[in-house]
Design a protein around this ligand. Structure first.
Ligand SMILES: [Mn+2]
Length: 322
């Protein structure tokens, strides 16, 4: 019996959701099972390849809905969970009791733990540390920007490693550990420990680059770091450098995409009121009310840059207008 688990790649909550799903499935659904983990990334164009849904069961966690009949389990908490109204209608009509959605949860991991306990009798106590930290990290529940930027806790170090994950084997190697070991033990694993020193250096360097690049006007930060290899920079650095900011819009680039990141300062002097998921959806992206993103094909730099400029103008106008 093979279960393929698709999860939000390069994301602490995504990897943790896959870990929790596999533990829950093995304990409460079927013990005789082989899991195969496949990371998914938001990108321009089709998100799923139907041919990849080759498990006896296929699950998607912490990622958008697919109406494919081959998908037998789904858990998500993103406000932008459906690519189309047809997908949302398809989910509404689902009778399987194996597809779950609640955008009020801070993390998909805590959502999964709750559903698995309430509906399937799963014991979440052994994964309590994971649930605690995914809520803090995915929900940006840090007490202040300093805590979010300083890399003290094992969960923070692990998030940094996951977000800059070196290759596609990293997630599948890490996920079984997340389901069974403490975070402090996991960061001592040699294949993770060896990645930490260069990443901490890169983190320090990224703070310097962002300090130079950020323009903060009308409570709204803008920066373009597409000329640096900075995908996976710590998204709280802009607020650490500019505590007076409310919103931030950043342009970054990797081998396959140009990404417009749109966020709000969790410690802003004024409450952010603009729904950022709605803005990102207009450009084909998505996310949560307080943080979203849009991915453009790597050849569409000009379009990405224009979208970023329009969003910056819109947010600055919103801040000036109140
Ligand atoms: Mn999540």
């Amino acid at each position: 019996m093979k279960v393929r688990v698709f999860y939000h790649d390069k994301c602490f909550d995504g990897a943790s959701s896959a870990a929790l799903f596999s533990r829950f499935y093995r304990e409460r659904i079927r013990g005789d099972v082989e899991f195969v983990f496949s990371g998914l990334l938001h990108r321009a164009g089709a998100l799923f390849n139907e041919n990849d849904f080759d498990g006896d069961e296929n699950a998607i966690v912490d990622f958008k809905y697919s109406s494919s009949p081959k998908i037998t389990w789904w858990f998500d908490h993103h406000e932008s969970a459906f690519l189309t109204p047809e997908d949302a209608a398809h989910f509404e009509q689902d009778q399987s009791n194996q597809k779950f959605y609640d955008p009020d949860f801070k993390s998909c991991t805590s959502f999964l733990a709750t559903i698995a306990e309430q509906r399937f009798g799963f014991n979440p106590a052994p994964v309590a540390e994971l649930v605690h930290w995914t809520d803090i990290i995915d929900g940006a529940l840090y007490p202040d920007a300093r805590t979010a930027v300083e890399m003290k806790e094992p969960a923070m170090k692990l998030t940094m490693v996951i977000e800059s994950a070196p290759d596609s084997n990293f997630g599948p190697r890490l996920i079984p550990l997340l389901a069974s070991k403490s975070l402090a033990e996991i960061i001592r694993e040699p294949f993770i420990a060896e990645l930490l020193p260069p990443l901490l250096q890169r983190h320090e360097r990224s703070i310097g680059i962002l300090r130079e690049r950020i323009e903060c006007t009308d409570g709204t930060i803008f920066f373009d770091v597409t000329d640096h290899d900075l995908e996976g920079y710590n998204k709280f650095v802009p607020y650490y450098l500019h505590p007076e900011s409310i919103y931030s819009v950043g342009l970054s680039k990797s081998s396959f995409r140009v990404k417009v990141s749109v966020g709000s300062n969790p410690w802003a002097p004024q409450e952010p009121v603009v729904n950022l998921a709605k803005i990102c959806e207009r450009y084909g992206g998505g996310g949560h009310a307080r943080v979203g993103a849009i991915s453009f094909d790597v050849t569409k730099h000009a379009e990405a840059s224009q979208a970023a400029q329009e969003i910056v103008a819109e947010l600055r106008a919103a801040v000036r207008g109140r």
